[in-house]
Design a binder for this molecule. Structure first.
Ligand SMILES: [Zn+2]
Length: 87
């Protein structure tokens, strides 16, 4: 069984661990998920996002954290990639 890599978004950069750029980019749902986090950073700012994220994880846990719920929803939304440029 393949262990899925993880991605962590900091600002507008997606950091990958245990997954290559190609593996990441070929997984559309995954790209959309992380793109949603990039947009959340844009909306709240770096500090605003991190404070919200930590607070919401502490309150609701990782899975039910509203920022994660929104990102999981975005996995099925092709429009989430609008305004996102992958370089
Ligand atoms: Zn996420």
């Amino acid at each position: 069984m393949r262990v899925k890599g993880v991605a962590m978004v900091l600002g507008r950069t997606i950091h990958l661990h245990g997954a290559s750029r190609l593996e990441f980019l070929s997984n559309t749902a995954w790209v959309r998920h992380e793109a949603c986090h990039v947009k959340q950073y844009r909306e709240y700012g770096m500090i605003g996002f991190l404070v919200r994220y930590l607070f919401q994880c502490a309150r609701w846990g990782y899975y039910d954290n509203p920022l994660e719920v929104a990102a999981r929803k975005a996995e099925a939304d092709p429009g989430i990639l609008e305004g996102i440029e992958i370089i």
